[in-house]
Write a protein that binds this ligand. Structure first.
Ligand SMILES: C[S@@+](CC[C@H](N)C(=O)[O-])C[C@H]1O[C@@H](n2cnc3c(N)ncnc32)[C@H](O)[C@@H]1O
Length: 298
């Protein structure tokens, strides 16, 4: 197991007891969404197959690293906004990913220590890491659910054990819906989850797209053969906007609602005032991820 990143090996040794009924999280031969993302973010929790797949994508589209980094920054800004400006104290974060900078509970609990976060992922290895590292402040609570996004009833059943769904919740669906091959199913899942949430809840969503990257790069990413190509389903801005149907998209500059009538934006443009550093904001072509923050109307 020479190739196993130290982070994975060491943490599994201490925390994987008893998880005999799940699929083998140490199958390192197949690239995996969470670990490849971790590689792009500069993390150590990935295997050779994940790195190879990540590099094959990067070779075709160097912007991928900027895109995933911007996605993480969007997550941080959206959670800060939810907790600070909208008073949200409950978060349902589906497609958690490997622990990275600005994890949802850390950002939320900096503002509101009593915030509660339910982390959901279908990758048992992600959950092992989450349990070990994404630990709550004593005043709040974090819970970890191994479930597939395509099973929203199971997610809701578990979420209810930690969250009061009668009060507003921020539903976080960041960089996860593009792993569902069936778009109609993805819409159904989001509708099922959002139907259960109280007015005033927020939907924070980001989704990969090839809309804005140069057509020759999009062609290479779509048609050339490389590991991991077939687990990603980019969608257009119009397609992504349908996830927000019935909700009020909050303005990209945080000044209020525009009534939910327009497309979501490019995530890097959202909430410029919430950025914590003065780094140059990358242009839409470098990011090419649609997303937004929307509020459930009363
Ligand atoms: C690219 S990472 C995104 C992590 C984090 N949400 C972020 O935006 O930084 C995608 C995560 O979604 C998880 N995932 C992919 N398909 C899923 C599914 N059908 N159900 C639940 N989680 C899924 C992966 O295991 C991975 O941890």
């Amino acid at each position: 197991m020479q190739d196993v990143a130290i982070g994975i090996d060491a943490r599994l040794a201490g925390s994987h007891q008893g998880a005999t009924s799940v699929r083998d999280p140490l199958d390192e031969s197949v690239p995996n969404a969470a670990r490849r993302y971790d590689h792009w973010l500069g993390g150590k929790d990935n295997f050779a197959a994940d790195r190879t797949s990540g590099e094959e994508v990067r070779k075709r589209w160097p912007g991928i690293v900027t895109a995933v980094r911007e996605n993480r920054l969007f997550l941080g800004r959206a959670v800060r906004y939810a907790a600070k400006e909208r008073g949200i104290r409950q978060f349902l974060d589906i497609g958690t990913g490997m622990p990275a900078v600005e994890n949802t509970h850390e950002v939320a609990q900096q503002i509101a220590p009593e915030a509660r976060v339910v982390y959901v992922d279908n990758d048992p290895l992600v959950l092992v890491h989450a349990r070990a590292l994404l630990t709550s402040r004593p005043e709040g609570q974090t819970a970890y659910v191994e479930a597939d996004l395509r099973d929203p009833d199971r997610i809701l059943e578990h979420a209810r054990q930690t969250l009061d769904l009668g009060r507003p919740v921020a539903l976080m669906l960041l960089a996860v819906l593009h792993f569902l091959p069936d778009l109609d199913q993805a819409y159904k899942v989001v509708r099922r989850l959002t139907a259960e949430l109280a007015p005033g809840s927020l939907l924070v969503l980001s989704h990969g797209s090839y809309d804005l990257i140069p057509p020759d790069i999009a062609w290479r990413l779509t048609h050339e053969t490389y590991p991991g190509r077939d687990d990603f389903f980019p969608r257009t801005g119009d397609e992504v906007s349908r996830f927000f149907e019935g909700w009020e998209l909050l303005d990209l500059d945080d000044t209020g609602s525009d009534g939910g009538t327009r497309l979501p934006g490019i995530i890097s443009d959202w909430g410029p005032g919430l950025r914590t550093s003065n780094e140059v904001i990358p242009g839409p072509r470098e990011v090419s991820m649609w997303g937004g923050v929307a509020r459930k109307p009363s």
